[in-house]
Design a protein around this ligand. Structure first.
Ligand SMILES: [Zn+2]
Length: 138
């Protein structure tokens, strides 16, 4: 995250669970998740997404650093929270591969029907994501 100190406020905070690492595209995504959820893990901010036409590949996003961190053994779960866009999906696939190589469990946040929404008004792509991302009711 943006910070004037060496560690940002989230990294420096005590009591956060460093075994949970959430990957996002931007600092704004960190703020959104911080505001909306009780997530107490740490974040890895890519500062973008895979975009081969713009010359942005895995190294430009720091995925080599991420892989080193996963292989260090401190992380138990990688939570992939890239955007539900073509580029975000491609980035998520690569992140999942890196996690698998490092023997770390990867999950991706669900994307779906907005709260208060009605199915008949939801676009097909969103409904499809929601349908195939369904969970067992517990
Ligand atoms: Zn930080």
């Amino acid at each position: 995250m943006f910070s004037e100190a060496e560690l940002c406020a989230i990294c420096a905070a005590s009591g956060r669970d460093d075994s949970l690492l959430c990957v996002v595209e931007s600092p704004a995504d960190v703020m959104a998740i911080e505001d909306a959820t009780g997530f107490r893990g740490l974040y890895f901010v890519l500062m973008g997404h895979l975009s081969p036409l713009d010359g942005i590949g895995p190294d430009e996003l720091g995925m080599n650093l991420l892989e080193d961190r996963l292989k260090s053994g401190a992380v138990r779960e990688l939570i992939i929270a890239t955007n539900p866009t073509v580029e975000g999906d491609a980035t998520a696939h690569l992140l999942a591969e890196i996690a698998t190589r490092a023997g770390i469990q990867a999950s991706r946040i669900a994307h779906g029907v907005p709260l208060g929404g009605e199915l008949e008004y939801v676009d097909g792509g969103t409904l499809s994501h929601a349908f195939f991302g369904r969970r067992v009711i517990d």
